[in-house]
Design a protein around this ligand. Sequence first.
Ligand code: SAH
Length: 309
Amino acid sequence: MPRHLFIPPGVTPEEAYRDEVIPLLPGLATLSQPSIVALMLEELDARPGMKILEIGTASGYNAALLAEVAGDPSLVHSVEIEPRLAEQARRNLAAAGYGKVKVKVGDGCLGWPEAAPFARTMVTAEAAELSPHLLTQLDAKGILLTPFSIPGLPGLLLRLELKGSRAVGRFIGIPVSFVPLRGEYAGDGRRREAGSHLVQQAMAATEERAWEEQIDLTLECRLALCLVTAALVEQGKAPPRQVADEAWRRYVAGGKPDLNAIRVSVCPLAECPSRQLAFRRRDYALCLNLPVERNSGEGGESPQREVMS
Ligand code: SAH
């Protein structure tokens, strides 16, 4: 994809081909880093003929890549909240030969109901919220890929897949950083920071224990522990030493999984049992299911109720 066709004035064509983020509007919009875009496209697993929704058009670069993957630009629907950017993206896409990509100005978290259902949805801005519209506008085996921020953790990508009427998936262990999502599902700005120092203190205690017990934690295991720790902190557990002890106990009882082995399942907030390890949000809870808890059937498993109704 000729990335130099998507850069703002003042950036040289040579700079366009570095594996770097290019700012478009300070703090609000960027042209994403090519290697992260590539990683996201792999995880999205889109194939020719699929209808795709993108949230956050910005330059249009990723929309053009999605058009290549889908094999037909008119299958790509991209929503941008900033009118000036949407206008520029339309021009960029037309100049690159992808003028048939559909670009709409609006809050992408509301999806694109008239064009739904989508086989794949990809969000390119970060929030601590999960919009129900994006899940309900997926088709029966649809995949949603979105950056999801958890206080105290690096930005992680969340990949959810519909299995009938349930949404299940995992976090991907590559720390990412995106501009904040705006609009109705931007989430509570304070939530980003809330408790992050407690998570970090608890993790410091865990690292100390791992060092004392000569346990070598891989990055993927450390991220898994961070996830368990952050969920406990969100559930109001304190002080950090006790959180660290409980996180460690649950992590070991759960089979010492790496991040990949923790299954995430989505359930309506009202149906999430109070003892379930979960990130509770406006409409949904993201339940964390550790492998051993899952297999033993002794709790930890989230309710099997439908979420898409
Ligand atoms: N996909 C882009 C990078 C996106 S940067 C690329 O290929 O380079 C994130 C973009 O999301 C910004 O342009 C920002 O304006 C937009 N955005 C933020 N919140 C949004 C929302 N709720 N709906 C649609 N777009 C949003």
